[in-house]
Design a protein around this ligand. Structure first.
Ligand code: HEC
Length: 194
């Protein structure tokens, strides 16, 4: 595991994937996950797929709840597939080494903004605390699993409850790992380093 993580750092710094050489553990499961791709291509769109269907099926205030009568078999199928994809991605984020971006010099969202976290900042935070990152990914897996169970049970209330817990799960991981280096140390002091 340590060896793989070190390879990941090398790859990010120098683009030298080949320098890692053959791995001790050859399973495909040990291939790094490119976090930015995972977020943009899987985590966000699969979450939105389920959320948009749920929101369309909400009943009127004051007590909005998902009304299963508004959902067709196709809706259920799409939601179940999306929740399962989210769950599987959470497992990958939990168990596999993380490379924040695919290529050296590739930027993450908002990186160009002053004081924002860079891909290198995020990579450093994850490499310093892979267990903490894994714990957040496990939270995401639990939410996705609860979503899937609620969808399979066609339980509107449980689906909506899970939808409401999901957003804080995203935010908690972002707040822990998607932060600039200097922000951690000097919250008050905004200099022009980045
Ligand atoms: C286990 C940690 C973790 C969880 C859980 C998580 N994220 Fe992320 N996400 C990150 C980190 C770290 C970044 C910053 C690196 C980056 O932007 O790629 C990020 C960045 C993003 C980005 C910007 C990607 C880019 O272009 O740079 C989006 C969009 C995103 N997350 C969506 C979500 C949504 C939606 C959820 C919840 C359903 C979620 N994330 C849950 C760790 C997580």
């Amino acid at each position: 595991m340590t060896k793989l993580v070190r390879c990941t750092i090398l790859a990010v710094l120098g683009g030298a994937v080949a320098a890692c050489g053959p791995r001790d553990a050859p399973e495909a499961a040990a291939e790094p996950v490119v976090l930015r791709t995972s977020m943009n291509d899987v985590v966000k769109p699969q979450t939105e797929l389920v959320l948009n269907i749920l929101i369309d099926a909400l009943s009127e205030p004051p007590d909005p709840a998902v009304d299963p009568a508004k959902l067709t078999d196709t809706h259920w199928e799409i939601m179940a597939t999306a929740a399962a994809a989210l769950r599987d991605e959470a497992v990958a984020l939990r168990d596999r080494p993380i490379r924040v971006v695919a290529a050296p010099g590739e930027a993450i969202l908002n990186e160009e903004l002053e004081g924002a976290a860079t891909a290198a900042d995020v990579q450093t935070h994850i490499d310093e605390d892979p267990e903490g990152f894994g714990a957040h990914a496990e939270e995401l897996r639990l939410d996705a699993e609860a979503w899937l169970a609620a969808i399979e049970a066609r339980d509107g209330a449980a689906m909506w409850r899970t939808a409401l817990t999901l957003d804080p799960t995203c935010v908690a991981c972002h707040e822990a790992f998607w932060v600039a280096e200097e922000e951690e140390h000097e919250d008050e002091d905004h200099d022009d380093d980045h």
